[in-house]
Design a protein around this ligand. Sequence first.
Ligand code: ATP
Length: 575
Amino acid sequence: MKFIRLVEYFERLEETTKRLEMFDILSELFREASAKDIDKIIYLSQGQLLPPFYGLEIGMSEKLLIRAISDATNTPTQKVKDSFKHSGDLGKTAEGLVKGRGQNLTAEKVYEEIMNIARTSGAGSVEKKIGFLSNLLRGVSSKEAKYIARFVIGRLRLGIGDPTVLEALALAQGDRALRPELERAYNLCSDLGLVAKALLEKGMEGVRKFSVRVGYPIRMALCERLPSSEEIIAKIGKAAIEAKYDGFRVQCHKDGDKVDLFSRNLERTTHMFPEIREATKDSFLAKRAIFEGEALAYNEATGELFPFQITIQRKRKHGIEELAKEYPLKFFAFELLYVDGMDYTEKPYLERRKKLVSLIKKNPIIEPAEMFITDDPKKIYKYFEEAIERGLEGVVAKRLDAPYAAGGRNFNWIKLKRSYRGELADTIDVCIVGYFRGKGARARFGVGALLGAVYDEEADTFRTVSKVGSGFKEDEFIELKKILDDIAIQHKHPRVDSVIEADVWVEPRYVVTVTADEITRSPSHTAGRDREDIGYALRFPRAVGFLRQDKKPEDANTVKEVIEMFEIQKKVKVQ
Ligand code: ATP
């Protein structure tokens, strides 16, 4: 496909305010793609060169892009900067300055050129990157330049999430009912380009043949929630009760001496945990394996586990070795997904657990998560209380005969957490879909409150649940404004459902964790709206921490979960 053709689709996607229209445009695009370029077309539309787990960065800043535009168009950098100041969008600036008619490049060629830029590293790479990009800009038309410029600095702003692509792929095949099978393949490899390529090359047969592979993160299984141990046993019977550790979820892929680690959000976190890498090489008794667990900082002297705020410090680029000395880690393994040619995801929990334990040679880092089996709610409750006292988050009950539900949240795993007086038992992760400028003192920061939405999986839509105006510090408000203005869009995103008008709409991209006193019914929000147009809302919401780096928009809590939490709240006695 010609890149200009793809750009025409981008323009149409950018203009639409309707969700269904968005699906139609995308599926039309996918129908036009070939087996050779479908993967690249999907990546480009999602504003990335490869799925995030590859950890590939283009390494282009606004500053470098300005220089590339200046070089390509023989315009003094100051003039480019002035134009940017005026437009606020380097895409528009590039569009205005690039005057050529273009060389009719294919999307594949443009993709390869940008890939070249990303792969250039080491001494002198900055100049080389600028050279590659200005060369590319010289060969394209102004419209193409607009989207290339936005793409290379991560501002494509189309907001096309993975579920949207899956839906559109199924539609492009002329059968929405194919989506679950496409989704299954995607859950096992987390790479939509790979799935789409298999589909176009080998048809649904190719898609059905997908199984887990070392090096490709498996989309992680998630927990449902219930309010009491009695209800857990009533729901799943005799269960495995594990400690719920409050740290970092890690999926560990071992391939001989090569070990890769992935986060809950399927980002590569290998560099964050050198000790898990080493321990896996030395003490995990398999050549090739995929297993999962929770990494936590702990106090070597007392054996005490540290809170999440300490563990999260690992999320940095430098100084990991020092941090590892100051706050050593434990890795509590709780799942086995693959061992030496055998896919374990389909096997029942008990078999997975038994094998997992047998593969861990005694070592100071990796140990199996605490676990016991019972059908006695009192025993669960006692263990739960002890766990809370030891600083754990609660417990997770697991159904003994259940497979590993990749990418799924269901009652195979059920979490039990503490509820406090006047506070929801669980925090809620909302996706930011817009913001309000704020009045009075707040107006100073430019952001007074965020418009938060939860995710409706079936409709692939974000429905509002709360205005969040507290919990952030002053400097955080200032930073929020900067970050959100970068993803501001002219109109409500087609995947957003809201009756409230935000002052500024943004692409659904960032998630923030919110705590609240309770969930109430409300006509102002669209999450869970019934026939009388009454939805659900959070009462006294306040943000906890800053933006969640580890969650994608679709990882926000769902409408279904909010309704469940509302039901649980009605049942739980305030303690
Ligand atoms: P999500 O379910 O979307 O991850 P969340 O981030 O709020 O939501 P919770 O639902 O509260 O997390 O808990 C699930 C997380 O608990 C898992 O992702 C995992 O990181 C952690 N966890 C800790 N101990 C266990 C365990 N024994 N088994 C499974 N998960 C565990």
